[in-house]
Write a protein that binds this ligand. Structure first.
Ligand code: NDP
Length: 297
């Protein structure tokens, strides 16, 4: 079996290089062109040619335009990478009879209420990034290709940039931090996402009726403020020297950003756990593991 992985150097892409390796021959690309293969999602014709050349049995796309605030002013590029490129992948997957595995986000929802979102809930993105990711989902669903779409949230990894690592850096520099306390979700490790992807894909290959849209997030919930406290408490207890004395909870309205973000990012993962008989560990266990790696503890 031949697997084409796009976005191999992102948080999730890096972990997928590990978790997909035992499933088949892996051709992993980033946005560079190597040996005539181009993984730049902004170059739609080169992307199509690349899929044509590789003729994969499975396309796994971990590449995305993820700059949520910048997408407000670069909406055309965000839509090309997160929407039109996904349509190209879906069309090629149909033509080749290949599977397409793709990732989306809790940001397709408007964040109203406090109930964890189900796959059947109606999306209503608040920002351009969310709109572009929803366009990608819809292109896959409309194409009729065999697919797995995993909506995830608040991704972290030891490698790459994320909220936890930003908090560690700021806590070394500043005595006081203000962190949003009214947006709630589940920090989800790239390792977990990659492992679940491999396990689910292996089952779906022999049971195509498992194809579809799934919510994939670690168990439990926390605000950004609670998440920051968890990270910094762990760092302090591990002997890290931090300047920070106060971590103040603030409301999102007190921290205006170009893109609006949902308050309720909770994802209901029942469908994934039931259909694939999987267990999703709590967010703390993944974060602790990542911190041990980052802090070398
Ligand atoms: P990262 O930002 O860590 O990685 C994204 C990768 O995509 C990077 O390697 C980046 O390359 C690459 N990329 C960006 N633009 C292009 C392009 N035009 N062509 C090819 N590659 C490109 O993302 P994650 O691993 O965290 O995200 C994985 C998936 O999960 C994405 O679909 C994302 O939308 C989704 N998701 C992520 C969340 C998060 O908190 N990070 C939350 C919810 C969902 P480069 O470094 O060169 O820019």
């Amino acid at each position: 079996m031949k697997i084409l992985l796009l976005g191999k150097n992102g948080q999730v892409g890096w972990e997928l290089q590990r978790s997909l390796a035992p499933l088949g021959e892996l051709i992993a690309l980033d946005r560079q062109t190597i040996d005539g293969l181009c993984g730049d999602l902004a170059n739609l014709s080169a992307l199509r040619d690349t899929i044509d050349q590789v003729r994969p049995d499975v396309i796994v796309n971990a590449a995305a335009y993820n700059a949520v605030d910048k997408a407000e002013s670069e909406s055309e590029l965000a839509l090309r990478v997160n929407g039109q490129a996904i349509q190209v992948m879906a069309e090629e997957a149909v033509r080749l009879g290949a599977w397409l595995v793709h990732y989306s986000t809790d940001y397709v929802f408007d964040g109203k209420g406090q109930t964890p979102w189900q796959e059947s809930d109606v999306p209503a993105p608040l920002n351009r990034y969310g709109e572009s990711k929803l366009a990608g989902e819809m292109a896959i669903q409309a194409s009729g290709c065999k697919h797995l779409i995993f909506r995830t949230s608040w991704v972290f990894a030891a490698r790459g940039q994320n909220f936890a690592k930003t908090m560690l850096r700021l806590a070394r520099e500043r005595q006081e931090l203000n962190v949003i306390n009214d947006q709630v979700g589940a920090p989800t490790g790239a390792e977990l996402i990659a492992d679940v992807t491999a396990l689910a894909l292996q089952q779906a290959l022999t049971r195509p009726e498992l194809a579809g849209l799934y919510h994939l997030a670690a168990a439990g919930e926390v605000s950004w403020h609670g998440y920051a406290r968890h990270v910094l408490d762990f760092a302090k207890a591990s002997g890290e020297e931090l300047a920070v004395q106060m971590i103040n909870p603030i409301d999102a309205v007190a921290y205006p950003t170009p893109a609006r973000r949902p308050l309720n990012s909770r994802l209901n993962t029942q469908k994934l756990r039931t259909n694939f008989s999987l267990h999703l560990p709590d967010w703390q266990s993944g974060v602790t593991r990542m911190l041990r790696e980052v802090l070398n503890k």
